[in-house]
Ligand binder design. Structure first.
Ligand code: PXP
Length: 260
């Protein structure tokens, strides 16, 4: 399995203070040196984390292939064709959303998506489409000319978290999933089956298959058991864990500097 490490969240922390710390290139080097197979970044229209300059310097310095996520907005696509990443992953984007909610609507926006794919192909950039796990969306992705699909695992991850973590007792509990445990278990099985069937169908019709969104240290094993998925793109949980694997050392270091 290929691991794409999404380093956007390091830039989220930097942008929260509008400084140059943490340095995104340090995140790139650490990911490259510790087993990542690919670097994933999302150049959002609102530039809430990765900036254009980050994307250019990551392209210049990355020792690993770069998977650039982007919307089908024409001005963003123009930057992507100039950046020439190893792959572009087309994702839906709404300014007000906290993160990418739901997959690309490959039916409503088929003309725009097909234009984007043709444009990217003109620049020899392979294209993946970030879609909800359904056979219909997989078939449409193939018809539109994509080489790959990334199956959106957000719904699976939400059900998993409501069933197996303290999320349902927190301020971020998901109202639509405030359901009896047996109902959540049934939905979890169904969501895994939908991902598995979509992955099998995608492979059968000649598409490469990735998956991502909301994957973490507890739920990732379910994706590992789907043989057709050959790549996972993971960001939030890796950056969240790194706070705790590094916080003790960071406090110790500052204590040393502030001890007379
Ligand atoms: N894949 C895609 C297409 C995404 O949009 C995202 C979120 O930017 C991810 C993977 C990573 O999701 P997470 O940060 O929840 O691991």
């Amino acid at each position: 399995m290929k691991l794409g490490v999404n380093i956007d969240h390091v830039a989220v922390l930097r942008e929260a203070r509008r400084v140059n710390d943490p340095d995104i290139l340090n995140a790139l080097y650490v990911a490259c040196q510790n087993g990542a197979d690919q670097i994933t970044i999302h150049l959002r229209e609102d530039r809430r984390h990765i900036q254009d300059a980050d994307a250019y310097s990551i392209m210049k310095h990355s020792a690993l292939p770069v998977n650039l996520e982007c919307s089908i907005n024409k001005s963003i696509l123009n930057i992507v064709t100039d950046l020439k990443p190893h792959r572009a992953t087309l994702v839906p984007e709404k300014r007000e959303e906290v993160t990418t909610e739901g997959g690309l609507d490959v039916f409503t926006y088929e003309d725009e998506i097909s234009y984007a794919i043709e444009l990217l192909h003109d620049y020899i950039i392979p294209v993946s489409l970030f879609i909800d796990p359904s056979i219909e969306a997989v078939e449409k992705s193939k018809e539109l000319g994509a080489e790959m699909v990334e199956l959106h695992t957000g719904s699976f991850a939400n059900i998993f978290a409501m069933l197996n973590s303290s999320l349902s007792h927190s301020n971020h509990s998901i109202k639509e999933l405030d359901l009896p445990r047996h109902e959540l278990s049934i939905r979890l099985e169904k969501s895994i089956a939908a991902i598995s069937e979509a992955a099998k169908h995608a492979k059968k019709i000649g598409l490469e298959v990735a998956a991502g969104h909301g994957l973490n240290y507890h739920n990732v094993s379910h994706m590992m058991s789907i043989a057709e998925i050959t790549e996972l793109n993971i960001g939030q949980s890796i950056v969240a864990k790194s706070v705790f694997s590094g916080l003790a050392q960071a406090v110790k270091e500052m204590k040393r500097l502030t001890t007379r």
